[in-house]
Design a protein around this ligand. Structure first.
Ligand code: ADP
Length: 474
């Protein structure tokens, strides 16, 4: 899945109330639609059954009225004409005579049919009704527009075709009636119900959407609450880390100072100096921590000010190299600088770029037990790269995942004894990005790490217009 997909998934995962609300919004109209569909189907089923029964009863009524006249086709014709005209739903009537194996039209609402032999599918139906036990009804759909008498049958109109064997006065089956009863009026009722149900559904959806939109604040509050919870958690983490980091040097300072105050005369001068040096070192440590915290607060509130000027990267790397060479040597490490370019100038804030170098070189030395830390400068068409490579503890993929997050520290046996706040790399990344640069990391657990910073190049170091551009960090 792409990054966007992952982003949306994790957003939904962290905001389950959004999924829940969407589910409700979709569920309500969906359930209403299902309910309407079920009710309508049942209604259609009931109406059809009633209509079929009505058609059969009508046919049997017709039988009673013509049973005495079955031998007189003219009388039958006039009776079926009457029957046809008084029943609005009946759209076609014919009386069929069975002569041997043939079926012949004796009287029909369509005068052209009278006397015709019936064959094909219709003949099979008549046979089924004749040899079966009584009335036979089936649903048919008109394949075309038709007209019988004054009554029209529309294309696709639903009809019930009822075929009923007719008895004569003696009670013998002698003829068959073929009657079509239209379902148009029941279909109209169903259609009207469907239109009304659909209108109600649309209104409901609009109301639900309106309610959701007018209560969009509820969503915002829910999201805000989630965010506040996260910020709260971060603050708690921060307070406990910061307090711990502040407490350690403070305890050392307090211990040394109280010993000096209490036993000032008894402590040899050399030891006193050692103790005061410890006080001094730890004051520095406190100073750095407080500076980090102030940096974070300034960056977060967009209060940092940058002074862009063409900076000679090689010169600044030389400076940081000289500052850290001694510290590396003390730890038994080799600090190396490799310049693969003769000139590397970029428009940067000098102090902030120095801070970036100090953080990365400082980390290289801090997280390397043996071996070397190398600073490599190279230039190409894209810009100048500063690469800080070490042979230190390294990090696996999981440990690298949140490397540039605030307060993040890799916690394992290798890093346990090393002090830090987890703020350095976050500050470093923010400073690099605000100076239009990028930072990448490569690392192998137990082998070492490599941080690469790339800045666009500025060709002329002495360009006056590049001097002192003061910009607010945004
Ligand atoms: P800090 O060093 O104060 O803990 P940073 O933000 O500078 O904070 O670094 C975050 C974490 O990244 C460190 O705790 C450390 O585990 C890891 N880290 C940073 N630089 C290196 C490095 N060069 N080699 C191995 N791990 C490193």
């Amino acid at each position: 899945m792409n990054n966007n997909g992952n982003k949306y998934l994790s957003f939904l995962n962290n905001n389950k109330q959004v999924i829940y609300s969407l589910f409700i919004i979709i569920l309500i109209p969906f359930m209403m639609a299902i309910n309407t569909w079920v009710v309508l189907r049942q209604q259609q089923f009931d109406l059809d059954a009633a209509l079929r029964d009505k058609a059969i009863i009508a046919a049997q009524g017709l039988n009673t009225s013509i049973s005495d006249d079955l031998s007189d086709p003219k009388k039958i014709q006039s009776k079926i004409d009457f029957f046809f005209n008084v029943t609005s739903e009946v759209k076609y009537v014919a009386i069929i005579n069975k002569i041997g194996d043939d079926f012949k039209v004796l009287a029909s609402i369509d005068s052209l049919e009278v006397g015709r032999n019936i064959d094909g599918q219709m003949r099979t139906l008549l046979g089924t009704a004749w040899f079966g036990d009584g009335a036979f009804a089936q649903e048919i759909t008109s394949p075309e527009n038709k007209k019988y008498g004054e009554k029209k049958i529309a294309y696709n109109e639903r009809l019930f075709q009822v075929i009923v064997p007719l008895k004569n006065a003696k009670g013998d089956y002698v003829y068959l009636a073929n009657i079509w009863v239209s379902a148009a009026s029941t279909d109209y009722i169903n259609q009207q119900t469907l239109v009304k149900a659909f209108a109600i559904l649309v209104v409901t959806v609009i109301i639900v959407l309106f309610l959701v939109m007018s209560n969009a604040r509820l969503f915002q509050y829910a999201l805000l609450f989630q965010k506040l919870k996260e910020v709260d958690q971060m603050k708690d983490d921060f307070i406990s880390t910061a307090s711990h980091e502040l407490k350690t040097p403070l305890t050392l300072i307090k211990g040394n100072v109280s010993m000096i105050i209490e036993d000032y005369d008894k402590i040899p001068k050399a030891d006193q100096k050692k103790m005061l040096n410890q006080v001094f070192d730890n004051t520095n440590r406190l100073n750095l921590l407080v500076s980090d915290l102030l940096d974070v607060s300034r960056i977060e509130q967009n209060r940092i000010k940058l002074e862009f000027e063409p900076v000679d990267i090689l010169e600044l790397v030389d400076k940081v190299f000289n500052e850290y060479e001694g510290q590396a040597k003390e730890k038994g490490l080799k600090l190396i600088k490799t310049f693969k370019t003769e000139k590397a100038v970029s428009s940067l804030d000098r102090a902030k770029f120095e801070q970036v170098l100090v953080n990365l070189v400082g980390n290289g030395i801090k997280y390397t037990k043996e071996g070397e830390v190398e600073i490599i400068i190279a230039s190409d068409a894209k810009g100048h790269s500063v690469c800080i490579r070490d042979t230190g503890v390294g990090m696996d993929e999981l440990e690298r995942k949140n490397l540039f997050s605030k307060f993040y520290r890799v916690r394992n046996d290798d890093t346990e004894a090393i002090q830090g706040t987890g703020l350095g790399l976050w500050i470093t990344k923010q400073l690099i990005e605000v100076m239009k640069g990028t930072i990448m990391v490569d690392s192998i657990k137990g082998v070492g790490s490599q941080f690469t910073v790339i800045f666009p190049s500025t060709s002329d170091v002495r360009k006056p217009e590049n001097k002192k551009v003061i910009k607010n960090l945004t």
